[in-house]
Design a protein around this ligand. Structure first.
Ligand code: ADE
Length: 226
């Protein structure tokens, strides 16, 4: 899979893609991630990519021209499945979206900044809008990193068997059960006896009950969605 990220602050995205699982996915050739500075497509001599809004008091707005040029150049090189705009005024991203997007071949992620983006970008260039939650960040970069992470870790070969995405919270509509490691007794805080019993069937039942109870108490909305 290839992901092209368009941003005005590429520096913000360097670190997330150069560590841990995302880096491994890149190094193994499973995820090809390219970060582009939208200013490179600005025809302004100061490389400006924003301008005053037509409506008073609306602040600076990202201009359509450099974004259109950037997207057109990328589209002239390959076919993109989606042009995704990260913005708080959109539907909230879920595991289901991550699952679906992980099946795509080429994605463009467009990060918003300033007060907003010329609506014509959204009307004519963007095919999907995603928010990562009901709060406002200074820009779409951290959201793009989160969405990319959620997608890339699902690509075959990125995670090992033990960390398989199949056992994630949300994949079966339930939160994950608690996990423990050694020592079995720390300061009298004991690991549940059942996990030390060696009885895999009983342990699986216990894990499912725990997952269900946790979900009912912390995220009952997930049970209603089932
Ligand atoms: N940009 C600013 N806030 C955002 C959010 N919550 N989700 C996605 N992009 C954003």
């Amino acid at each position: 899979m290839r992901i092209d990220i368009l941003t005005v602050v590429p520096e913000l995205l360097e670190s997330p893609f150069n560590h841990s699982i995302l880096k491994r996915a890149k190094d193994k050739g499973l995820a090809d991630i390219h970060i582009h500075n939208i200013r490179d497509w600005s025809s302004d001599k100061h490389k400006r990519v924003d301008d005053y809004a037509f409506s008073k008091g609306a602040g600076m707005v990202m201009s359509i021209e450099p974004i259109d040029k950037a997207i057109s150049e990328l589209k002239s090189q390959r076919i993109y499945d989606e042009v995704i705009f990260l913005t708080p005024d959109a539907r909230v991203f879920t595991q289901r979206d991550a699952n679906q997007l992980s099946l795509k071949t080429n994605l463009i992620l467009l990060c918003g900044h300033y007060k907003g983006i010329d609506q014509r970008v959204r009307d004519h260039l963007v095919t999907l809008e995603i928010s990562i939650g009901d709060y406002v960040l200074t820009g779409g970069e951290l959201a793009a990193a989160i969405v990319s992470d959620a997608i890339v870790r699902l690509l075959p070969g990125v995670l090992s068997d033990e960390t398989s995405a199949l056992t994630d919270s949300f994949q079966d509509g339930l939160l994950t059960p608690p996990v423990y490691t050694r020592p079995a007794d720390y300061k009298g805080w004991k690991v549940p006896d059942i996990l030390l019993s060696g009885n895999d069937l009983l342990i699986d039942d216990w894990k499912h009950d725990q997952a269900y109870e946790r979900t009912k108490s912390i995220r009952p909305d997930l049970l209603n969605n089932k």
